[in-house]
Design a protein around this ligand. Structure first.
Ligand SMILES: Nc1ncnc2c1ncn2[C@@H]1O[C@H](COP(=O)(O)OP(=O)(O)OP(=O)(O)O)[C@@H](O)[C@H]1O
Ligand SMILES: [Mg+2]
Length: 238
């Protein structure tokens, strides 16, 4: 069993969408300082779904923040296309985040006074590659993909929890990210909506060549991923 989720032995495997080498992260101050991540190596490949599982406090969210370029490792590096983004400027990291990464969190963080379509357009506006009508068309297409084609003009706070989470998934796909990072995306949903959201993420990975890394406490969902990364005390374990 290879702990680094490395498939290079296959010979013809594609380049990873993201690679992490020797990640360490300490959090807190003075006596309260905790070694949260203790040297993690990881390669994530296109069209694969990865579940990160492990007890509360083992470092899953901390890892996701590092991979999402929202935080920097104290040691180690994160590579996208051979570029070490952990050492990059804030500007380069923000650009890479917009261009390569999509995020889905437990709480969807939609802007309530914006419509579903406008929420999905936000990452596209930030990246600034598309005109207004192209952005709107793409947002509507993404919302159709998640089953919300009839609610694109609905304000986010007039949608159910499951619908809002589906908008968040559409938003995470806005810029065709190569990697989607999801931290307990089904955490506050009922079973039916959890399955729906999870199936959607899985489908995206397999259909569109994207990689997905999902932190979940739900073992059944984790078992449906291509690979399970078990964490304990800041390390990957068998
Ligand atoms: N600012 C901080 N100072 C000190 N310790 C911190 C800080 N932030 C997080 N930690 C500790 O780091 C560890 C890892 O936290 P993290 O949020 O990554 O866990 P997790 O695996 O996502 O847990 P959960 O399943 O509960 O979400 C925890 O023990 C937490 O208490
Ligand atoms: Mg967490």
């Amino acid at each position: 069993m290879n702990r680094t989720a490395d498939h290079t032995a296959a010979g013809d495997s594609p380049a990873p969408v993201l690679e992490a080498r020797g990640l360490h992260r300490w959090l807190g101050e003075a006596e309260g300082r905790v070694h949260v991540l203790c040297g993690l190596d990881l390669k994530l490949y296109p069209e694969k779904s990865y579940a990160v599982v492990g007890p509360s406090g083992c470092g899953k969210s901390t890892l996701l923040y590092l991979l999402g370029l929202l935080d920097r490792p104290d040691e180690g590096a994160i590579f996208v296309d051979e570029t070490n983004l952990s050492a990059g400027t804030d500007e380069a990291r923000t650009r890479a985040r917009s261009a390569y990464l999509g995020f889905v969190f437990q709480f969807h963080f939609l802007l309530p006074e914006f419509t579903a379509a406008e929420n999905v357009m936000l990452p596209m506006r930030k990246l600034g590659r598309l005109g207004d009508s192209e952005m709107r068309d793409r947002a509507e297409a993404l919302l159709r993909d998640v089953g919300l084609g009839d609610k694109t003009h609905r304000f986010a706070n007039h949608l159910s929890g499951g619908e809002q989470q589906r908008v968040a998934i559409a938003r995470s796909l806005a810029n065709k990210p190569r990697l989607i990072l999801a931290d307990e995306p089904t955490g506050n949903l009922d079973m039916r909506n959890s399955t729906l959201v999870f199936d959607l993420l899985q489908q995206v990975a397999h259909d569109k060549g994207q990689a997905i890394l999902i932190v979940t406490h739900n073992r059944e969902l984790a078992d449906q991923c291509d690979e399970i990364l078990s964490m304990r005390d800041g390390r990957f374990v068998e």
